[in-house]
Design a protein around this ligand. Structure first.
Ligand code: SF4
Length: 570
């Protein structure tokens, strides 16, 4: 689809509607909008099965004779596969799976993976209108076409569909509605409590029940779950961390390999990878990068010490409308509203962490933090919000050491005697761990934002600065205590890291390589831990929560939701 920029602010609708989009629109207008306007696509088991079923007809083959030769006896045998035709009059473009000749007429055959439906028409409306659009395209190109066929692969049956006046009227009516919808530039609402959603491949992007809940349309809270969770609680794919200095990352068949001194030390299947992290002087082959980019698996570069330097990803997300809204919002009151929510959530989450883990009485700190939490929502300028956040951070870190159980070191090793937050470089073990955990979290939020279609470098609270993923830093605020600080405390308190795991060079303290591996594993475990979402009340991993929050923020910016998303635990 070619979209051109109109200075008035609208995005031009393409001249031709693909017949396939008419099918999607009839199934669910929101699905059509997500796929066509926002250019979203995800595979699930049904879409993959559909692709398998289509394989034979997706290969162009056979020949479609000119319309005026269709009456030739030889035309009886045509089987033209994967033919694309357009009809400027009707405004459709269609890729036809198969065209057969039948008594001088062209007969479009549409392949569908499912079974013949048990209804009066023995077919679904979305399939019938798709076929009708194909028939209109054929007619406009001079072919006679009075019927089409839907081949339902699971039943191995052909269902003939007459292209009559009522089907054409319905098809044109849907086409008009589709155009009006895309020209309005507002995403249609999600279906309510629909049985279609669990099988929809875009359910994790659409968030139908979450959105309806936020809009007040979802039924009252059930006993166990407030809304249905319609996608897996955790991601199947996980990151590869290549930290061994001198290691080489390559590709072999469907696997990524890590070699050291020519010997393979690790192999990971490409389909199981979410992203690849390279530390210091780890090399990667061009073939591996090409394949990773093709599969939308980013490669991230860290310094030897764990500083996140940048990333290499495939083509940017195609949803330009979201980025336009992001840029606009960053210069309006909306930015302050988002920043207030982020700071409030962060302060509340630091209170929760302190209350749960401190070994001493922190009531006074709790009261002070609560006051700052409340004030953050009424701060009328970024400066005052920064002041509130700074004060809250000072109080929180003054009490941080009360959550550390084993503070002892030895003559040779530094103790976990945290005094205050310091960085660049961190000057004690706790600060070294905090810096690494924040760096990991910034990396994960940068990736999440790119996946959703944001520009991670333009934030609402953090000001733009060269190379700083300001929006990732914004969104990580509420999650610093919950994910990063919590990983640090668990790692120290359960002995994942010990005082002798650190090296001191001048003022700087850093983790030894083996301990860093253990700490990163602890961080990944935290990201995969299942928690109960405080708003939707279903079990979900922190990794998924980050994506849900980013997607809800996108819905707020594009006007679907009235308030920015919030995430606080009790
Ligand atoms: S999840 Fe449901 S509402 Fe959302 S696009 Fe899919 S079918 Fe439509």
């Amino acid at each position: 689809m070619v979209q051109s920029f109109d200075p008035s602010g609208a995005i031009e609708t393409p001249e031709f509607i693909p017949a396939r989009m008419l099918n999607e629109f009839s199934f669910c207008p929101r699905l059509c909008y997500l796929e066509w306007v926002e250019q979203e696509w995800r595979e699930n088991e049904w879409t993959l099965d559909g692709t398998r079923q289509h394989r034979r007809v997706d290969k162009p083959g056979g020949a479609l004779p000119d319309a005026d030769k269709m009456d030739d006896p030889e035309s009886e045998t045509i089987h033209a596969r994967s033919v694309t035709l357009s009809a400027p009059g009707a405004g459709f473009i269609a890729k036809l799976d198969l065209i057969e000749a039948d008594d001088g007429e062209a007969l479009p055959v549409e392949y569908k993976r499912g079974a013949v439906p048990d209804n009066e028409d023995q077919s679904w409306e979305p399939d019938r209108v798709q076929l009708a659009a194909q028939a209109l395209v054929l007619r406009e190109n001079g072919y006679r076409c009075s019927s089409g066929v839907i081949y339902y692969a699971q039943s191995r049956r052909r269902v003939t569909v007459p292209i009559d006046a009522s089907l054409i009227e319905r098809t044109n009516e849907l086409a008009r509605e589709l155009r009006q919808t895309t020209e309005r530039g507002a995403i249609p609402p999600p279906l309510v409590d629909s049985p279609k959603c669990p099988g929809c491949s875009l359910v994790g992007i659409c968030l139908p029940d979450e959105t309806n809940y936020a809009l007040g349309l979802e039924p009252a809270a059930a006993e166990e779950e407030t809304v249905r969770r319609l996608y897996p609680a955790r991601d199947d794919a996980s990151p590869l961390y290549a930290q061994e200095q001198g290691a080489y990352v390559g590709k072999s068949g469907e696997e990524v390999t890590v070699k050291k001194h020519g010997a393979v030390v690790a192999k990971i299947r490409l389909m199981e990878l979410s992203h690849v992290c390279l530390f210091g002087s780890v090399q990667i082959s061009t073939q591996a990068v090409q394949q990773l980019m093709k599969r939308e698996i980013p490669v991230l570069y860290f310094s030897y010490g764990g500083w996140f330097n940048g990333l290499c990803s495939g083509m940017p997300h195609k949803n330009i409308e979201l980025r336009r809204q992001q840029y606009r919002a960053s210069e309006t009151e909306t930015a302050l509203k988002i920043a207030q929510t982020l700071v409030r959530d962060k302060i509340q989450n630091t209170r929760t962490l302190l209350r749960r883990n401190s070994s001493v009485d922190v009531d006074a700190a709790m009261t002070e933090l609560k006051q700052m939490e409340d004030r953050s929502l009424t701060a009328n300028a970024f400066d005052s919000l920064l002041g509130i956040e700074g004060n809250a951070g000072r109080i929180y870190f003054q009490h941080f050491a009360t959550m550390i159980k084993n503070k002892e070191g030895s003559a040779e090793t530094p103790p976990f005697d945290f005094q205050s937050r310091n960085r660049r470089p961190p000057r004690d073990p706790v600060n070294a761990l905090l810096s690494l955990a924040y760096s990991m979290l910034a990396k994960d939020l940068t990736l999440t934002l790119l996946t959703v279609g944001f520009d991670p470098y333009l934030g609402f609270y953090h000001q733009p600065r060269y190379g700083r993923p300001a929006l990732a830093l914004d969104l990580m605020e509420p999650f610093r205590p919950l994910i990063a600080d919590s990983t640090v405390l668990t790692s120290i308190n359960t002995g994942v890291v010990a005082p002798n795991d650190f090296i001191k060079a001048g003022d700087a303290v850093s983790l030894k390589p083996d301990a860093r591996k253990r700490f990163i594993m602890a961080y990944e475990r935290r990201m995969d831990a299942l928690i109960t979402h405080p708003v939707f009340n279903y079990r979900v991993s922190y990794r998924r929560v980050l994506e849900i929050q980013a997607r809800l923020l996108a819905r707020f910016l594009t006007g679907e939701l009235q308030a920015p998303p919030t995430f606080t635990t009790r």
